[in-house]
Design a protein around this ligand. Structure first.
Ligand SMILES: CC(C)(COP(=O)(O)OP(=O)(O)OC[C@H]1O[C@@H](n2cnc3c(N)ncnc32)[C@H](O)[C@@H]1OP(=O)(O)O)[C@@H](O)C(=O)NCCC(=O)NCCS
Length: 167
């Protein structure tokens, strides 16, 4: 993404349904700060990682984002995804997250990739399970970005095991 995508990103983060389990809606200035730290400013500081826009192939429209980045305040790399509500329920998150996992394990040669979701976010829990990460209980994180969340469902995958199961 580039600064041209900021308006679109702000609309997504202004949606109560999309952000229900992402810490709630964000104001324009909160989105601008996050966009700088986690999107445009993140790519160069963390080669190969970041948050990318998801484009629906058939329509050419942006429908969401998929990511491989550090959990706030941690060195652990996570997979993540979010979609505009009109794009829910079509398997896109599973497709996005599987592609991102393969990229992380096969291309970037990462040893471990984690996933986490609010324990009530049933669709996301199912996606993490479907892409082949293993549930390992719950975890909490001290970073203020997770202040509104309770203990999060925690998933992990390791490169050799994941690639062996997904040739
Ligand atoms: C979570 C999210 C990305 C899922 O996207 P999606 O493209 O609809 O997901 P998929 O279609 O690939 O898979 C969803 C799975 O969850 C299941 N599911 C959806 N809602 C469910 C519910 N309320 N209870 C149980 N299962 C549910 C679906 O049936 C499907 O599983 P199946 O293929 O076994 O039938 C989407 O809802 C979203 O963008 N939510 C807002 C942002 C967000 O919460 N991101 C994740 C942060 S951890």
């Amino acid at each position: 993404m580039t600064n041209r995508d900021l308006d679109w990103f702000a609309v997504l983060y202004g949606d109560t349904d999309v952000t229900r389990y992402l810490g709630g809606t964000k104001t324009r200035s909160q989105v601008e700060e996050m966009f700088r730290a986690r999107v445009t400013g993140y790519y160069d500081a963390n080669p190969g990682l970041g948050i990318w826009m998801t484009i629906e192939r058939a329509s050419g429209r942006p429908v969401g984002f998929h990511l491989l980045n550090h959990i706030y305040g941690e060195s652990i790399i996570q997979v993540g995804y979010g979609l505009a509500t009109h794009a829910w329920g079509r398997g896109y998150a599973t497709e996005m997250a599987s592609a991102v996992l393969r990229y992380g394990f096969a291309d970037l040669q990462l040893e471990n990739i984690a996933g986490m979701a609010d324990q009530d976010n049933l669709a996301s829990l199912r996606v993490l399970e479907k892409i082949g990460l293993e549930r390992r209980g719950e975890r909490t994180f001290p970073h203020p970005a997770y202040a509104t969340a309770g203990p999060l469902a925690w998933f992990e995958g390791t490169r050799n095991a994941w690639l062996a199961g997904h040739p």
